[in-house]
Design a protein. Sequence first.
Length: 108
Amino acid sequence: MNKIIATLYAVMDKRPLRALSLVLALLLAGCIFWDPTRFAAKTSALSVWHGFLLMWAVCAGVIHGVGFRPAALRWQGFFCPLIADLALFAGLIFFFFQAFAPSVYGSG
């Protein structure tokens, strides 16, 4: 397992992927600040754990994007940039394409 985590982190440890992580994280953070009701558990289709996942993804994306590399392998696994980038993509797709989906809570 340690070798998989180290290899995965080494594959993602490239400058263009770091820039992508930083841009995605800052963009999603801006979206969350712009309209937090789209991400709140009571006013959107998301559950509470979705919000925690998206906040973790923003943190992991910024950590990876600014070039910080955790020394301990457990922190490299916790802040895995590949999983964070996938969650960031999903969060941005949810934010930008939710307007085209039918509302869960009626005609709002």
